[in-house]
Write a protein that binds this ligand. Structure first.
Ligand code: PEP
Ligand code: MN
Length: 336
């Protein structure tokens, strides 16, 4: 059972609820967010929701059968629309996020950012902290990368999404990022999830390399239950026995997640396939399946990219992708 307090509920009202829970021999789990306080009741609850509903400043009490609660459609039936600097993710308009895998230099990120802006993209992606399989591969420009990203953001007016890899960096990355990205490898880094849950930034949570849909939603639950209700889920492919692609993009995950959860879902056809030529067809499939947007890797010269070049589109290919999805969006009842 989940007890949702009214916004700005007083300490007195919250402790009254806690006392009632303890009186029943149950354990409360308090999540105090910026926007609201949510109290989970742990243990076998033998009372009806009304038992708590009558208490002062209780907004609602929900009994939810699925293991994820706040992320579920049972908890919130209408789609969540996340607002970021005047744009919306999860509404009729498709959210386009694009940019290089990694920020490699000031001119590199700025040139790509201006190109994307011209193409109508509103959210620039680019990693300053890169989770690489090999410790000998390029690890990202870190603080310098954030600095360049900030400059590109300031000059172009684009919003930015960038990965945060550890709890210690959350504050620093939040100063630049409009959306904090949790990478696939960190999907189950629970202390990091709670750290981003304490911020007021939307979080793009990528599906883990071997994660089930339920595990993804449980990870979202960590962020939501820490008090941050602006979570965007991302299908980025999972590992299967197939070797011709880097990952197997799970297109069925999109309508399934949208059925189970009210959170927006973004598709990443770049990591989802690992192959440049597959990015546009898979992006289109994802949009037809109901994705609320795309995150795509774009570089001026993918051959020379310091990471993920083989799945990165050049400017010409990206322009073509935009044209192709433009006509598709109208068929799907979406706007670009
Ligand atoms: C990325 O977006 O560049 C990235 C590393 O993605 P993922 O965590 O999905 O592998
Ligand atoms: Mn990448």
């Amino acid at each position: 059972m989940i007890i949702v307090m009214k916004p700005k509920a007083s300490v007195k009202s919250v402790s009254q609820v806690l006392t009632k829970i303890r009186e029943l021999g149950l354990k409360p789990n308090l999540s105090k967010g910026r926007e609201r306080t949510v109290i989970g009741v742990i243990g076998r609850v033998n009372v009806e929701p009304e038992y708590f509903e009558v208490l002062p400043e209780v907004e609602k009490v929900v009994r939810i059968l699925s293991p994820f609660k706040l992320a579920s459609r049972e908890f919130k039936n209408e789609d969540t629309i996340i607002k970021i600097n005047g744009l919306e993710i999860g509404g009729t308009k498709i959210a386009l996020m694009a940019g290089p895998c990694a920020i490699e230099g000031k001119e590199q990120i700025k040139e790509i950012a201006w190109f994307l802006k011209e193409k109508g993209v509103r959210i620039l992606r680019g990693g300053a902290y890169k989770p690489r399989t090999s410790p000998y591969s390029f690890q990202g420009l870190k603080e310098k990368g954030l600095e360049y990203l900030e400059e590109a953001k300031r000059e172009t007016g684009l919003a930015v999404v960038t990965e945060v890899m550890s709890s210690e960096d959350v504050e620093k990355v939040s100063q630049v990022a409009d959306i904090l990205q949790i990478g696939a490898r960190n999907m189950q880094n629970y202390s990091l999830l709670q750290a981003v849950g304490k911020t007021d930034k939307p979080v793009l949570l990528k599906r883990g390399l071997m994660a089930t849909i339920e595990e993804l939603l449980m990870s979202a639950e960590y962020i939501l239950s820490t008090g941050n209700n602006r979570v965007i889920l991302c299908e980025r492919g999972i590992r299967t026995f197939e070797k011709y692609t880097r990952n197997t993009f799970d297109v069925s995950a999109i309508p399934l997640i949208k059925k189970l959860s009210h959170l927006p879902v973004i598709a990443d056809p770049s990591h989802g396939t690992g192959i440049r030529d597959l990015v546009t067809p898979v992006a289109k499939a994802a949009l037809v399946a109901g994705a609320d947007g795309l995150i795509v890797e774009v570089h001026k010269d993918p051959q020379s990219a310091l990471s993920d070049g083989s799945q990165t589109l050049d400017f010409k290919m990206f322009s073509k992708l935009i044209e192709e999805i433009r006509s598709l969006c109208s068929i799907c009842g979406r706007e670009i």
